[in-house]
Design a protein around this ligand. Structure first.
Ligand code: HSE
Length: 306
């Protein structure tokens, strides 16, 4: 195989209470990428469609993660990368992660799979570091492993896969404004109150338990964020209203997708997820702010070969 085409999915980091550690993978929102072996050694970004992103390998997140892996493996060939970008940068649903994870996943396939998903995540983090200014693995792990993931530790890197309850669906509204992850992180306090931390880690524990046991009512009680959401929600126009409408329409929980501005809701059943979409759509159509809205099942596979 000399060439591979992949679908690299959008992902939702944090999942309300799990700042920087939890994530899940979407199914029908994502980028397409084509990666080709070349005789010329090196990593070359040869095409980027839909968004104005750098072609220079060291300035491109897909290029940086690919280069880190390339230098570690030192294969006899080089690689060309074509990116057909559908996830708007600064959307909060893992635009940089899709690129960073996609390039290393595809190269690994073309090289006969020498690396496992954790090793690929390690290289994908390099791309995320370029985009966000810090090491985060929550989006790239969800893209590479699929389903729900927990970043147990960054050093050494350890990713846990968490089961996905069968009837869980996500509704994502993406107001068409850009929030840079670095800026959305800069507004967060460096310290948290112990009483908030207690609530938060109880929610993380019960959310993970709810996912393992498909306990939708516990899931509903766990999808709360008392640490990050209060600081970030002011960046997202009409955030409280979105949440109110989603919960009234039957969502189990609603919170900020990654660093925003996208907002995700989780629902039991497609019908409820569609009702949540309709309720948010009706609300947001009145605001004059352009938006996209998606309903997706949870993608338990992660990146897919086309
Ligand atoms: N967990 C990150 C954040 C998302 O909320 O800033 C980007 O990986």
């Amino acid at each position: 195989m000399d060439e591979i085409k992949i679908f690299s999915p959008a992902t939702v980091a944090n999942v309300a209470c799990g700042f920087d550690v939890l994530g899940f993978c979407l199914d029908n929102v994502g980028d397409e990428m084509l990666i080709r072996k070349t005789n010329k050694k090196g990593i070359f970004i040869t095409k980027i469609e839909n968004f104005d992103l750098p072609f220079e390998t060291k300035l491109n997140v897909a290029g940086v993660s690919a280069l880190a892996m390339y230098e570690a493996l030192n294969p006899v060939c080089g690689f060309e990368i074509e990116i057909y970008k559908n996830i708007k940068p600064g959307s909060g649903i893992g635009s940089s992660a899709a690129s960073a994870a996609g390039s290393v996943f595809a190269m690994n396939e073309l090289l006969g799979r020498p690396l496992n998903s954790t090793e690929l995540t390690q290289f994908a983090i390099k791309g995320e570091a370029l985009a966000n200014g810090c090491d985060v693995a929550d989006n790239v792990a969800a893209a590479l492993f699929g389903g729900f993931t927990l970043v147990k530790s960054l050093r050494p890197l350890e990713i846990l896969q968490i089961p996905t309850p069968k009837h869980l669906f996500a509704t994502i509204i993406h107001p068409q404004i850009e929030i840079k992850t670095s800026e959305s992180r800069a507004i967060l306090p460096k310290q948290v109150k112990l009483e908030d931390a207690v609530i938060q880690w109880a929610n993380v524990g019960s959310l993970v338990h709810a996912l393992h046991t498909s306990d939708y009512s516990l899931l509903q009680k766990s999808l709360h964020d008392v640490i990050v959401e209060p600081h970030r929600k002011s960046l997202i126009p009409h955030y409280d209203k979105i949440k109110e409408h989603a919960l009234n329409a039957g969502a189990l929980g609603t919170s900020i997708a990654g660093s925003g501005p996208s907002v995700f809701s989780l629902s039991k059943g497609l019908e409820t997820a569609n009702k949540v979409r309709d309720a948010i759509k009706k609300l947001y159509a009145k605001t004059g702010i352009e938006f996209e809205i998606h309903v997706s099942k949870i993608n338990t596979q992660g990146i897919k070969i086309r």
